[in-house]
Write a protein that binds this ligand. Structure first.
Ligand SMILES: Nc1ncnc2c1ncn2[C@@H]1O[C@H](COP(=O)(O)OP(=O)(O)OP(=O)(O)O)[C@@H](O)[C@H]1O
Ligand SMILES: [Mg+2]
Length: 339
């Protein structure tokens, strides 16, 4: 059962500078669904539109970001709604925090730097629940305890905490209302590896305890491999491949996914890791045809002219690449020879 269905979503940044208008097609025709209780990952290099996608589906859309098309449907336990029907920011805010929760990129943006942590918890809880001070304390204490955090953290200021602790507190704050679906944007980026592991464990623990759904955005493929059930790979504002983690890591079908995976260290392999050549294109003026073609070792004329659709390969795997289309045996042969 899908808790979230996104259809042909287009979210663009439309700006005016000195009378010239510019459109950055950050999310450009994205369709996917997320099942109840699963961990759905979104991967891709910097600037591919991952954060914009999360903003759009959590209703955090303000200028210059605009939704130019598509649908975002939620199937909550007792209610179905299309978030784009909510015209009022008040309604969207009520939804966020209570039913859907976004842990944004960069934890400092959630915690108020000049106020103690307790104040941030008060702001969130009193905005959604009618509770007494005693009930507030009990709710927060139980939640912190379940996450292995101490109540004393409530009396500190954000800058007094380490990066890892601050991220834990942000996660605690974002999940205190037991949302049905959580969006985490790069929750482990900028943390050292040991602290990262702790934060991953924390996210797992919350998911198990609260039985909710999680969408996890990170460019770190090893985090996806550890945590996710299914994974979508974004490139230049589009999903280019989606599949269950096992088949996607075991047998990637899109050359871009292979490129991302080749940067991962492998046991026993002592050769130096090579970074992917080139960089994602500007989304104000993306290349024609397949947006990956300028970096693709297998690109042919067709890739420069036509845009490959995201096609279902089998029950669990989708890919947008002519290489995988029936009839392109010649291309597949070439790809196999070159590997
Ligand atoms: N406020 C803005 N105005 C104009 N363009 C923007 C704005 N915010 C983001 N963009 C552009 O939208 C595109 C997608 O950005 P987004 O932040 O969604 O990428 P991302 O995949 O989350 O990258 P990262 O991994 O660096 O967080 C980029 O080209 C970015 O420059
Ligand atoms: Mg981002």
């Amino acid at each position: 059962m899908a808790i979230l269905e996104v259809d042909n979503l287009k979210a663009y940044y439309v700006t005016q500078t000195f009378g010239r208008s510019s459109t950055v097609r950050a999310v450009d025709g994205v369709s996917f669904h997320v099942n109840k209780n699963e961990i759905y990952g979104i991967a891709g290099e910097s600037g591919c539109g991952k954060s914009t996608l999360l903003k759009a589906i959590s209703g955090l859309v303000k200028p210059p970001l605009q939704i130019l098309g598509g649908e975002i449907r939620y199937n909550f336990a007792d209610q179905q709604l299309n978030i784009l029907d909510l015209k009022d920011e008040k309604q969207r805010r009520r939804l966020r925090g209570a039913r859907i929760s976004l842990i944004p990129q960069g934890s400092m943006s959630v915690l108020n730097p000049v106020r103690r942590i307790k104040k941030s918890f008060e702001d969130v809880i009193y905005a959604h629940l009618d509770v007494s001070e005693g009930e507030f304390e009990e709710l927060v204490k139980n939640h912190l305890e379940a996450l292995g955090l101490d109540w004393t953290v409530m009396h500190t200021y954000p800058h007094q905490l380490s990066g890892g602790m601050r991220q834990r507190v942000t996660i605690a704050l974002s999940t205190i209302l037991r949302p049905e679906i959580i969006f985490a944007d790069e929750p482990t980026t900028a943390l050292d590896v040991v602290v990262q592991r702790g934060v991953i464990q924390l996210i797992k623990k919350i998911k198990e305890e609260q039985q909710n759904t999680l969408i996890l955005v990170t460019h770190d493929m090893s985090v996806h491999a550890t945590l996710c059930d299914r994974l979508a790979v974004m490139y230049a504002g589009e999903i280019v491949e989606e599949g269950d983690v096992k088949s996607l890591f075991g047998s990637p079908k899109h050359p871009y996914t292979s490129m991302l995976l080749s940067s991962l260290p492998k046991i026993g392999d002592k050769s130096a890791r090579v970074s992917a050549p080139g960089a994602p294109p500007s989304l104000a003026n993306p290349p024609a045809g397949c947006r990956f073609h300028p970096r693709c070792p297998y690109a042919v004329d067709r890739c420069r002219q036509e845009t490959p659709a995201l096609r279902q390969l089998n029950e669990t795997h989708r890919v947008a690449c002519f290489l995988q289309e029936a009839g392109s045996m010649e291309l597949q042969g070439r790809a196999a020879n070159e590997q």
